[in-house]
Design a protein around this ligand. Structure first.
Ligand code: DX5
Ligand code: ZN
Length: 199
């Protein structure tokens, strides 16, 4: 079964609690929280306090996607705030293993993210240590961008290498049309921002 994780980046933030509950009653499995630092991506979004607010408003797992240059500095704060899954970009750390271990020790599930131009093989060495790979299907930074079909081959490559157990999540431009090809390629977790909250 496919896990659906609506991204709060696209919701009406003035009504965060109601939006989370509406997504939940509409069939959401997790809530996806996009954390941006204005350096790794050209946009700024949420800190741990928003995760804490979401944690209070919903009992679903919070899938926190760190698009920041220094994930090691903030991992603990996000986990203490309620992140159940914490993913960070392979592009920012030459050796992600210490942070993967620390995230698990702090009680959350670690995952690695690849941007559209980063090859699948860049995360192969750590597939046994992580719970999820997030394959970006847009350049990270904004909601409402168009799905990049070139990324589909990467999902299939990862699924072949990882086997059936690993969660493979796709993020960016996913809607009722593009979701099918990502699922067929082997993704089992889909993030959806605009297509859920603005659809
Ligand atoms: C983009 C974020 C996505 C974004 C998805 O940088 O990582 O999670 O919110 O939004 P849509 O589904 O609208 O592309
Ligand atoms: Zn995201």
């Amino acid at each position: 079964r496919t896990i659906i994780a609506p991204s709060i980046l696209a919701c009406d933030l003035a009504r965060l609690g109601e939006e989370l509950r509406a997504a939940e009653s509409g069939g959401a499995d997790w809530h996806h929280v996009d954390v941006m630092d204005g350096h790794f991506v050209p946009n700024l979004t949420f800190g741990p306090d928003i995760v804490k607010a979401a944690r209070k408003a919903s009992s679903l797992p919070l899938d926190v996607h760190l698009m920041i240059e220094d994930p090691a500095r903030y991992a603990e704060a996000f986990i203490k705030a309620g992140a159940g899954l914490l993913t960070f970009h392979i592009e920012v750390l030459a050796d992600p293993l210490p942070l993967i271990r620390r995230i698990r020790d702090l009680g959350a599930r670690p995952g690695l993210v690849v941007k559209p131009k980063t090859p699948a093989s860049s995360v192969f060495p750590w597939l046994k240590q992580i719970d999820m790979v997030l394959v970006m299907t847009v350049e990270p930074g904004f909601t409402g961008q168009s799905f990049m079909p070139d990324c589909v081959a990467k999902i299939a490559k990862l699924r072949r290498e990882a086997g059936p157990e690993l969660d493979i999540e796709v993020d960016g431009g996913i809607d009722e049309r593009t979701v099918a090809e990502t699922a067929a390629a082997g993704a089992n977790v889909v993030v959806a921002g605009a297509s859920v909250y603005r659809g």
